[in-house]
Structure formats: C-alpha cells, structure tokens
Design a protein around this ligand. Structure first.
Ligand SMILES: Nc1ncnc2c1ncn2[C@@H]1O[C@H](COP(=O)(O)OP(=O)(O)OP(=O)(O)O)[C@@H](O)[C@H]1O
Ligand SMILES: [Mg+2]
Length: 47
C-alpha cells in the first residue's frame, strides 16, 4: 500500500496525518517506510 499526504505548505495537518497513519500501520505489525519530502523534515523527530 502506498499512501501520499500532499498539500501546499501551511499547517493543514500533513505531518500529523502522515505520522499517525504510519504509526497505526506499524502498530498493526506492518513494515512502514515514511518519506518526508519537506525540507523542514518535521517527521524526523517522530518515532
Ligand atoms: N486534527 C488536528 N487537530 C488539532 N490539531 C491539529 C490537527 N492536525 C494538525 N494539528 C496541529 O496543527 C499544526 C500543524 O500540523 P502539521 O505540522 O501536521 O501540518 P503540516 O501540514 O505538516 O504543516 P507544514 O505545511 O508547515 O509542514 C500542528 O501544531 C499540529 O499539532
Ligand atoms: Mg509538515
């Protein structure tokens, strides 16, 4: 499954949605690769 969370820069909740989706899948035992294409890299601080 490939999911994309995409919108213009501006705090609409992309990082929140992407990290929560990744966490939910990982919590169900799925292998997850989270790619953050924003140079701000907020999801790097998520684990
Ligand atoms: N569903 C929600 N309910 C309440 N607060 C939220 C929700 N989604 C995001 N937020 C808050 O809104 C702010 C922006 O969210 P987030 O950083 O995920 O947006 P973003 O789209 O990644 O922003 P940017 O474009 O700046 O990267 C954060 O403070 C986050 O905690
Ligand atoms: Mg973000």
């Amino acid at each position: 499954m490939i999911l994309t969370v995409l919108a213009e820069k501006g705090g609409t909740g992309k990082t929140m949605a992407a990290t929560n989706l990744a966490g939910m899948r990982a919590g169900r035992g799925r292998r997850v690769l989270l790619i953050d294409a924003d140079r701000q890299g907020s999801s790097e601080r998520w684990g």
